[in-house]
Write a protein that binds this ligand. Structure first.
Ligand SMILES: Nc1ncnc2c1ncn2[C@@H]1O[C@H](COP(=O)(O)OP(=O)(O)O)[C@@H](O)[C@H]1O
Ligand SMILES: [Mg+2]
Length: 405
């Protein structure tokens, strides 16, 4: 018997997973103690309950009951073992468990489980000794078995707790690292932003001189060469100004005043503006608006217009000349959804996250700031901006703005 017990002890001590360990304990107990069923009830001090998770043949249903119930409760309280060879006559016997599990208890041996500090961590219960009833000798071995099991359970719990701690630490570390990266990124971006806005202010002042070119252009209306070259200079100036405006908006991200605005009027005005945009010259911009309803929203119309212009220009850049750009406005639940659809090159999957990043651009003259600015503006309006895209078929950007004033 002792040899067997030592062998079991070695096996149990190598199992680190608590559930598997409990299962092992029960299987060995049934074999070692020659009984039909064994259960380990562990103490849940926090809830003042005993519980058992795994039982052979109990299809691992969890059984729970209060500490002061039944024989198990008595053993926990007194720390004394208890044998009953006619449990249905015993005043402490809890018939509920039999009726819950559909088992019939003929005899029962319950011993406390103590950890190395002699603290009771649960009880160990053996049911239905095969072809016999439980005696003092069984109690002796059951106690020995229980203490071996208790040590193994405590070890498994410690290892589990240790693993949980490490996991928590790792999670906290990952969060900290992510937060640190965000801060560094924001620092960098804000430095770049300040620098860029300083420079762009300076460049814009210097560009004032190009106004003189417009005067020269007017002075020589008949001279083809003067007309051509001055126009080139003026176009270049306009492009630089619009780049500088993007840089300015990227670095300035304050909250701004909002007024009640009709989205249909705003979109129509924006489309009219785009007609003067060189990059969109040959595009057919089509707008479909809902009938009857008045889409009034509380927005900063300049900012939302800027978002629309950015999206329409991106659509134009992605499309071959003379393509269609379709803009629509729809009510969806309690949001107005503006979509800007193009039939251009589309966005490949591997770039779908990247395009939102500031300074990401695939254009030789792009800043990569447009979508970052759009996102900030829409988020500032408690809205959402997202897109669907298929390579060689086109892209649709959606802006969702909350309905209401
Ligand atoms: N409608 C679109 N179709 C295809 N690609 C697009 C579209 N809109 C944006 N992109 C991609 O996203 C990138 C970033 O856009 P954006 O932030 O506006 O910067 P920029 O226009 O200066 O490149 C573009 O360079 C382009 O690759
Ligand atoms: Mg852009």
């Amino acid at each position: 018997m002792f040899e067997k017990l030592i062998e079991i002890s070695i096996r149990l001590s190598s199992e680190k997973n608590l559930d598997s360990l409990l299962k092992m304990i029960i299987e060995y107990a049934i074999e070692f103690m020659k009984c039909e069923r064994a259960t380990v009830f562990l103490l849940d001090e926090f809830r003042g309950e005993l519980f058992s998770k795994v039982g052979v043949g109990i299809d691992s249903k969890e059984i729970r009951f209060p500490l002061d119930v039944g024989i198990a409760g008595y053993v926990i309280k007194t720390g004394e073992s208890l044998i009953s060879n006619s449990p249905y006559e015993h005043p402490l016997f809890n018939r509920d468990i039999d009726s819950q599990t559909g088992f019939f208890t003929r005899n029962i041996l319950t011993v406390p489980m103590r950890n190395v500090e002699d603290k009771i961590i649960g009880v160990f219960q053996l049911l239905n000794k095969i072809s016999d009833s439980f005696n003092q000798n069984d109690e002796f071995y059951a106690k020995a078995f229980a203490s071996i099991s208790a040590v193994a359970i405590e070890n498994a719990r410690l290892i589990q707790a240790y693993k949980n701690q490490i996991e928590l630490l790792e999670e906290a570390y990952a969060e900290l690292k992510a937060a640190q990266e965000t801060i560094i990124r924001q620092e960098k971006l804000s430095t770049i932003g300040k620098l860029a806005s300083g420079i762009s202010h300076e460049i814009k002042n210097q560009l004032g001189v190009v106004l003189a070119v417009e005067a020269i252009k007017k002075m020589f209306p008949e001279n083809q060469k003067v007309q051509l070259y001055t126009q080139l200079i003026i176009d270049a100036r306009n492009r630089i100004v619009s780049l500088l405006d993007e840089i300015r908006d990227f670095s300035k991200q304050k909250s701004y005043e909002k007024t009640e605005t009709n989205l249909i009027t705003l979109i129509q005005n924006t489309i009219n503006l785009c007609q003067f945009d060189k990059d969109l010259e040959s595009m057919k911009i089509i707008f479909t608006a809902p009938d009857e309803v008045e889409p009034i929203v509380l927005i900063n119309s300049d900012k939302i217009q800027q978002v629309l212009i950015n999206l329409i220009r991106n659509a134009g850049h992605a499309s071959p000349p003379k393509s269609k750009i379709e803009i629509s406005l729809n009510l969806s639940y309690n949001h107005w959804v503006i979509s800007v659809k193009d039939y251009g090159c589309g966005i490949p999957d591997e770039l779908k996250d990247k395009i939102w990043e500031p300074f990401f651009t695939t254009k030789s003259h792009g800043t990569g700031l447009g979508l970052d600015i759009c996102k900030k503006i829409i988020e500032n309006h408690n809205g959402k901006i997202f897109f669907e895209s298929k390579v060689n078929e086109g892209t649709t950007f959606f802006i969702k703005l909350p309905v209401g004033k």
